[in-house]
Design a protein around this ligand. Structure first.
Ligand SMILES: Nc1nc2c(c(=O)[nH]1)N[C@H]1C(S)=C(S)[C@@H](COP(=O)(O)O)O[C@H]1N2
Ligand SMILES: [Mo]
Length: 258
């Protein structure tokens, strides 16, 4: 059963996960009425404290086996990702991209514009100064990469919900796609875009976002896996047509989190 008593983790993790897998193989209705799981909830279920490499890997393997529909049923988009004290920030924070650190794109802040297109009234370009002038928020959350590592970081910026509102986005649209200076792209559903912890970040650890972590703009979504946290964003599009993504089109699960 999914919500069997929580057992001391490590030794029972395998058995609990295999139960969870069987559960997912059953008709979707069996999942309804059961405890709604988040990434954090799944980590408890799997006995993973999200800090042990082997248990993270195990959890991620299980997660990537879930199809989008099963995840949509299991994960509650209103659930909050855990936050952490400053003392737990991972230093140095890891770099990751589909290329090496020496190929990080250089974006000129003066000529930079964030282009908004699609189902939005305010189809316009935003300067960094304009984004910096919007109300700012910050978070210390855990970034989880499907490749099997996680790290806690400190990001600051504009709540994406506020930005979308300011940009005149149609908040009833299905998707928001995000396009990056390195030609990476990903897309998210509107409930995730509007989630209180989804942050259009301009800073890392109180400093301007460093190049390797996504200068000048990274969308931080702590309820999603790393590949759904695009760096170097240059264009945002609001759409009802499924936009896919760089890794998603190569088989990574589109839902990618809670
Ligand atoms: N533009 C862009 N964004 C990206 C990626 C990328 O290759 N290009 N990789 C993703 C993946 S898989 C991860 S784990 C995180 C890594 O972010 P970090 O370098 O800040 O740790 O960026 C995500 N966003
Ligand atoms: Mo990743």
């Amino acid at each position: 059963m999914l919500h069997k008593k929580r057992l001391p983790m490590s030794s029972h993790a395998d058995a609990i996960l295999s139960d969870a897998r069987k559960e997912l193989g059953n008709p979707a209705r069996r999942l309804l009425g059961k405890q709604v799981l988040t990434l954090g909830g799944l980590s408890l279920l799997s006995g993973c404290d999200l800090s042990t490499d082997s248990s993270i890997n195990m959890m991620l393997r299980t997660m990537s086996g879930f199809n989008d529909q099963a995840q949509a049923l299991l994960f509650n988009p209103r659930q909050m990702a855990p936050t952490y004290p400053e003392s737990m920030i991972t230093r140095p924070f890891p770099f990751n991209a589909f290329y090496g650190i020496d190929e990080v794109p250089e974006v000129d802040p003066a000529s930079y514009r964030l282009q908004v297109s699609g189902l939005a009234k305010g189809k316009r370009a935003w300067t960094l100064a304009e984004l910096g002038a919007l109300p700012q928020a910050s978070q210390i959350t855990r970034h989880i990469c499907i490749e099997g590592w996680s790290a806690i970081g400190h990001w600051g910026g504009v709540r994406f919900a506020d930005f979308l509102q300011q940009a005149g986005a149609d908040l009833t649209a299905k998707y928001v796609s995000l396009h990056c200076a390195d030609n990476y792209w990903t897309s998210i559903d509107m409930p995730t875009a509007l989630h209180a912890q989804t942050l259009l970040t301009l800073t890392y650890d109180g400093q301007l976002l460093p190049p390797q972590y996504g200068f000048p703009l990274k969308l931080r979504i702590p309820t999603k896996l790393g590949y759904k946290n695009p760096k170097h964003i240059v264009a945002i599009s609001v759409t009802n047509d499924y936009p896919g993504g760089y890794w998603e089109n190569q088989g990574y699960n589109w839902f990618g989190g809670s």
